[in-house]
Design a protein around this ligand. Sequence first.
Ligand code: ZN
Length: 471
Amino acid sequence: MARPSYPPRWRVAALLGCLLAIGGLSGCSGDVPPEQLLIENVHVVDPVNGLLENRQVLIEDGVIKIVADASQSVDLSTHAERFDGQNRFLIPGLWDMHVHFVYDANLTDHMADLFLDYGITSVRDTGGDIEQLAKLRRTLPLPKPNIYISGPLLDGKFVVYDGTDPARPPLGTGVPKPGDADATVSALQDAGADFIKIYELVQPDTYAALADAAAERNMPIASHVPLMMTADTAGPMAGSMEHLRNIELACASNWQELLNQRRQRIGGFTEGLGHALRAGLHSDQRLPAIAAYDEERCNHVLDTLTKTIQVPTLRLNTVTHLKPFERDDWPAAVSALPQVTQDAWRARIAGLTQIQPVDPTFARWSLFLIERLRARGVPIGAGTDTPIGLGIPGYSLHTELELLVQGGMTPQQALFAATVTPATFFNIENEIGQISPGMRADLVLLQNNPLADIQHTRGIEAVMVSGEWVR
Ligand SMILES: [Zn+2]
């Protein structure tokens, strides 16, 4: 497998970790891990408890055992290794809740390494061929992030990602009738799926049947709002909803009229491409729905979603408006991608910059909605849709964190959205996502305090997965 070259600062950080380690050689050479590792002189940034200054963190068998004040004495075994954190800041390993490993075949083999480079130690793949994803997860060499997979986007009779258009690879599959739901979900679970992903052209009765089949098998559901449904009817059946898409329709004063139009269009669609049907509805209804925003109605909708994580993918929703490719650190980040992808993206960016002016309404609406979600107690998770829409694997999660803060979250809440909240989707929040005893030792060492400025998550010194420094 071709591996991208790493920015020098991570090589330096890895070397630094080895030089600072006293005792065993493991962790530097990648052989047997030490039975105990004590990270000293470090400030712990916990997404729940905030900043805990001057701590020491004891790790054993890949799990955090003790988080103690620096003044406390910690009993160590004879083979314990020590690591000087040099007064830097330790955060839990980050999650990207929305990625697609098999969207761009040129990137597939590079993505896991890029995630680790940027401190993303867990990802949720929200759509792609299940066999390919299960094989990838099995065969990727260590170290690798924790990868959770759904298999294909479960769509309706028409499939948006049916593979007929090179811009839309075959990420989806059709579940035309409710009677197909059980066999579909069962086969996915047998093939290794951890959750299911439901897409936009599914019929309401099939949606309900898929939800039942998933619940029976203890599989969480990530979903788009199907176009035949509204956010407040589909959302409560799912563990997460993606992109904030179609919430605008549910929040419109004339939502019923827009929904009727939509149902008629879909009902009368007997031949053609699924993506054309969807794109037509979005482009005809999205902006009018935003213009008809009704706060009272929207509060009612959001109040049905207090148990459904919203993964806004602000990065994706704002890409044409905020132009991340104009940032100073973009060229260095994009240079880690294969040349063929760099060339394709350069052409796309040239095309994008020719569209003048870009309508900023949906981008602004997405940022506005963050504050409303928070006001109504709707959980928010960090995800990017990388590599779709110029999402650089790993790098783009840090952009997402910044945008969550721009939307009104505090840096601590943004970190929570990329650590604790994703774990709750899988019901593993007692195992992963915090720096406290019993949690998996997936950690990122930062130069500066991310609670002071969320951009500091970009200043990565070292990354640990399951108790081993990997960068
Ligand atoms: Zn996606």
